[in-house]
Write a protein that binds this ligand. Structure first.
Ligand code: SAH
Length: 285
């Protein structure tokens, strides 16, 4: 491993992470599943499929030699240092993201890009958000938990996708309810999360437009898909003092991040920076 690096951005990081020097781009040369080993092709239904893969399709890294495991850990640590350098300062969020192995949530053909700041296809036309966007949204949620000793209570996630963000949330919240409308992705997330045995993550199959009333009220709600309005069910299911973070589509089709706070004085909505999320859709499939 490279000589030690101390984070000038967040001293808490120095205790949290292995001593690594940040280097960019954070791309792993895994010797497996790279562009030479497999071709990623988009099928007509928008799903991502891999072709020409030799060996195990998933968890190739799990069976990798110990040295490779260290390289993956170092890449993840560099990703977290980079997030801190970009201004993410919440130690809980950085810690959670340093613990969850993002490469296990994407197809092995894409594993070498898992710690780059990029969104990646997860099948059925959907994408896993890029790490900086995940960190940004979780940090916004965390801000609402300051009064509660920093830990979030029950959280509802709309759009489980591959389950990555749900895994990160499991380190920040007491309970995570995550709902997905595509059966294929719901099953995939279940498989991805099985070995992690996160007892506080509850995966649900259904249309998240109606939220999940049984788990309400939620201290926080986070959506990974953007519609042209925030469904009223989400506001209803948000606890008093709770916060919702979601992408919201404007009339011209552009999206921005929106923060909704439920306060005794009423609903406060704040529009933030532009983002690019997959669309929020009704029904299940
Ligand atoms: N957080 C996810 C990101 C998944 S992308 C991850 O870490 O992988 C957004 C997901 O939202 C997609 O899987 C999409 O199918 C899902 N989605 C869109 N509309 C939805 C709805 N109404 N209810 C539940 N999930 C929805």
């Amino acid at each position: 491993m490279k000589p030690g690096f101390k984070s000038p951005f967040n001293p808490a990081l120095n205790d949290l992470l292995p001593m690594v020097r940040p280097g960019f781009p954070v791309r792993l040369n895994l010797g497996i599943g790279g562009p030479t080993a497999a071709k990623v092709i988009a099928s007509t239904d928008g799903a991502t499929k891999t072709k020409g893969l030799n060996g195990p399709k998933k968890s190739a890294l799990a069976a990798a030699p110990a040295g490779l495991g260290m390289a993956v850990q170092a890449a993840r640590a560099r990703m977290v240092h980079k997030l801190a350098a970009q201004g993410v300062s919440d130690a809980r969020v950085l810690s959670a993201m340093s613990q969850v192995e993002r490469h296990r949530f994407v197809d092995s053909a894409l594993a070498n890009q898992a710690y780059e700041d990029t969104s990646l296809p997860i099948g059925l036309g959907q994408t896993i958000s890029k790490p900086s966007v995940v960190a940004r949204m979780l940090e916004l949620l965390q801000q609402s938990a300051r009064g509660a000793g920093g830990k979030l209570g029950r959280v509802l996630e709309i759009g489980t996708g591959c389950g990555y963000q749900a895994a990160v949330l499991s380190h920040l919240a007491t309970e995570v309810y995550s709902i997905e409308r595509l059966r294929g992705l719901h099953d995939k997330a279940r498989e991805n999360l099985r070995d992690l045995r996160l007892s506080n993550v509850h995966l649900l199959f259904g249309d998240g437009m109606s939220g999940f009333p049984k788990g309400a009220p939620y201290a926080a709600i986070i959506a990974a898909a953007g519609g042209d309005a925030i469904p009223s069910a989400w506001i209803e299911q948000l606890a008093m003092g709770g916060r919702l973070v979601a992408p919201l589509q404007a009339a011209n089709g552009s999206q921005a991040l929106v923060v909704v706070d439920k306060t005794p004085e009423g609903i406060r909505q704040t529009l933030l920076e532009a983002v690019h999320f997959v669309p929020l859709k009704s029904g299940t499939s």
